[in-house]
Every structure is written in C-alpha cells, then in structure tokens.
Design a protein around this ligand. Structure first.
Ligand SMILES: Nc1ncnc2c1ncn2[C@@H]1O[C@H](COP(=O)(O)OP(=O)(O)OP(=O)(O)O)[C@@H](O)[C@H]1O
Ligand SMILES: [Mg+2]
Length: 220
C-alpha cells in the first residue's frame, strides 16, 4: 500500500486525510465519511453514524490511528487494548468490527464471542485456554455474560483464565500483543465475575472506553 490515507471500497476511493510520504495527517470528518460508507457496506443501508456516538468514535479513532497527542488527552495508552463498555444494543460490537478498517496496514484482530470460548472449553478443555492465549490479536465480544466452563467435572472461569494468559503474554512480549473486548458490565460487575486478580490485570491490559449508561438500544 503506497498511500495509507486512501482506501477503495466498491470502486470508490475514500481519503482519510493527507499523506506526506511518511505519515498520515488524519482528518476526523473524512474518517466519519468513510466509516459511514463502510458501515453501510458491512451492516446494511440502515447503518449511520449517530451524533451522540461521535465522542466515542473519535476516541476509538485516536487509538487506532495512534494519534499520540489526542491519546494523551483521552488518557489512552496505545500499547494496551480497548475495553468498550456500554448498555445492551448501543453498538459496541458493530464499532469494534468497523473501526479496524481505518487501519488496514495494522495487524487485524479477530472478533470472538466469549460464549464461543466457553463452549470451546466445554468440548476441548484447557487447549482452548492455550489457543486463545496465543500471540494472535483478539476482540472478545460480550465479556462477562458467557456461561461458566465445565470440562470432565472441573469448573473453570474460562474468560478469566484466558485474560490471565493474555496478560502474561502482554508483559512477556513487551506490550506487543493486543487484546480488546466489549462488555455490558461495569467495573464492579467485572470484578464480581472474575475476581480482583483478573480485574487488576484488566486495568493493565485495556483502556476503558465507556458509552453513557443511558445510551439507547439501536435494536429498538
Ligand atoms: N451505527 C448504527 N447504525 C444503525 N444500526 C446500528 C448501528 N450500530 C448498531 N446498530 C444495530 O443495532 C444493533 C445492536 O448493535 P450491536 O450488536 O453492535 O450492539 P452491542 O452494543 O454490541 O449490543 P450487546 O450489548 O447486546 O452486545 C444491531 O442490530 C446493529 O446492526
Ligand atoms: Mg455486542
């Protein structure tokens, strides 16, 4: 890719800003035009950028394009991953699926529903923890509402173990491994679900970006 500021979708070229031959000077309004178009392609013509979501989208953009100055203002560490929290249906999964397209040159992350990780554990046991503890990048979708794992009569808090493994990896690889997640739970609920050891490591692993607790359900 010669010019990372330009992305072509369905024969239309979108510009996300200016490229000086070394780096891209991103233009947020242009990114929004691209996200609106790409969102419609991925999710259907009813997709749109909601005005009330632009604060969150702007933060996510700063993070993904590694805008140092704005990340500092937003209190975002680009070494860490993103934990996107918010009420049911506010658009968390949609945004995490969409935002990765603005940085096609970055290593992509795979969206994995946490329920699937728990079910996988029930079939395969500890191999699942190993598999998701790999250096691949993941976004664990719907953290905290997955069923408990059970393998040959042994109970396990599967996502808790996966997060512990990924935290170890994050330290070992000098912060190069990315883990993202979406969740409906707040900090206290996460601690209740996973315990304070996991919760403490989650603070190191993730930047928290939170929708307003009153954010509307886009399914309605
Ligand atoms: N920007 C948008 N424009 C139009 N529809 C949207 C938008 N964002 C999300 N939706 C729709 O709203 C519904 C909920 O979105 P999504 O699944 O992303 O929410 P969520 O926050 O992940 O919900 P949950 O907490 O239940 O996992 C989906 O049907 C999705 O297509
Ligand atoms: Mg979701």
């Amino acid at each position: 890719m010669d010019n990372p500021s330009k992305i072509t979708e369905g024969g239309v070229e979108y510009s996300l800003g200016k490229f000086d031959g070394k780096s891209v000077l991103y233009d947020f309004d242009k990114i929004l035009i691209y996200l609106d178009a790409k969102g419609k392609l991925l999710f259907g013509k009813q997709f749109r950028i909601y005005d009330e979501d632009t604060v969150i989208i702007r933060k996510l953009c700063h993070y993904f394009i590694k805008d140092k100055e704005n990340c500092l203002k937003d209190d975002i560490d680009t070494n860490k991953g993103i934990l996107l929290s918010g009420p049911v249906g506010c658009g968390k999964t949609t945004l995490m699926k969409l935002l990765r397209y603005i940085v096609p040159m970055q290593r992509p992350y795979e969206m994995i529903p946490c329920r699937n990780v728990a079910f996988s554990f029930n079939h395969l046991g500890f191999k699942t923890i190993e598999d998701y503890g790999s250096t691949k990048f993941y976004c664990f979708d719907d953290l905290g509402i997955e069923p408990a794992g059970r393998f040959y009569g042994k109970d396990l808090n599967v996502m808790g173990e996966v997060l512990l493994s990924r935290y170890e990896l994050y330290l070992e690889t000098k912060h190069k491994v990315k883990t993202h997640a979406t969740t409906n739970l707040n900090a206290e609920e996460l601690e209740e679900r996973y315990g304070n050891r996991v919760r403490s490591r989650m603070r190191e692993l993730f930047n928290l970006i939170a929708f307003d607790t009153k954010a509307g359900d886009k399914r309605k």
